[in-house]
Design a binder for this molecule. Sequence first.
Ligand code: EPU
Length: 422
Amino acid sequence: MVRYRIAGGSPLGGTAFVQGAKNAALPMIAASLLAERGQTVLHNVPPIDDVRAAVELARAVGASVEFHEPERTVVVDASGLSNPVLPAPIASRFRGSVLFLPPLLARLGEAVLEGIGGCRIGSRNLDFHYRGFVRLGAEVTEEGETIRVRRHRRLRGAAMYLDTPSHTGTENLMMAAALAEGPSVIENAAQEPEVADVARFLAAMGARIAGVGTGFIHVEGVERLRAVEYTIIPDRIDAGVLAMAVAATGGDAGLVNARLEHLGVALRKLEQMGVELSQDGAVVRVRRTGRLRPINVLTAPYPGFATDLQAPMTTLATQAEGTSYLRETIFDGRFAIVGELARLGADIEVDGDAIVTHGPSKLGAGEVVAHDLRTGSALVLAGLVAEGTVEVSAGEMIERGHAELAGRLRSLGASVERITVP
Ligand code: EPU
């Protein structure tokens, strides 16, 4: 078991690195299985547990995969792909396992997903994915936890749509359409920077994709895709969490490899609160000198405020002067942060689909639980502003998505320890 022990109080300064994007690395590892031969080389892959699970899953279906963690590079040779079954012990460890369906379907004619995991943040359906596969001519059956997707001939391009712009749904349908026969369109596609990055990766492999970064993606199917070398974009959520850490402590620090334009509305909300952010080459400078103003946040698909930043923003809101509202519109159960911040002394409640904070709250010492990845990073931020020591248990959750968070915060001057408990 892993715990994070944080002794707060000092403003952060110096520089820290932003990791590569988790939610681009996972689909790209899956998409690399679309290439029948050659070596795919992915750079800037974050050494986190969800990526390690994706590597194991790719190996389980017959690919040869090496993850050179210190170099942050994954090398995939998918020529030996042989097994259509994504086994439950690995597949149910993370959400990204669903992204392995299209490559197996394209290459082997069948894909069997024995389970799916991911953070418990509400109901997380997959109906848009299945409906798209069926429109392309596949057959989808569900038996208990197992999902089986089969095709009897090459998939045929089709008009597909998503009721809401699903992130992995868009990636899955792009991958499936890339090797289908003829043209496809995906309406109401997700516009997240990671989705665009995956589209660029597929295009480098030889896919014909247009409309990337808009709500309409056009794909003209090709016969085959080739293995390529590619560098993944920085993780905007990791950057957002670090920026909020600096802001929460009233610090002044540089985030290396961050891109302000990927923060969307989150950037504007931070500015409204009184946080200064500026891009200087590859470095984003974050600075707060005055008091934090309260905020009204509505999570929304990109470029709206990212749901993955809602929990860390809630921690920040507890330090603002006045009442803040954070309304969650993407997931129906993403409120675990509320009870944990209350334990540390925050004046906070849930009102319908909104979190309401009355700040500034003095946070004190205490033991809290990282119920999911983003709750975990939000609680580390709480530790940075608390008077006294905060211990976050279930720290494994944090490591699903953030690489060496404790070490990187220490490089900014924070006192954060990662402790392994037997
Ligand atoms: N939805 C459906 N049917 C579908 C697909 C989605 O009803 O077929 C609903 C979901 O139930 C949810 C909403 O649409 O209420 C949004 O879901 P989406 O499909 O966009 O989420 P996802 O693809 O499962 C990815 C990220 C999440 C991130 C969301 C939203 C990956 C592996 N995961 O999930 O990341 O919160 O998009 O941006 O890409 C995280 O990193 O902590 C995380 C949870």
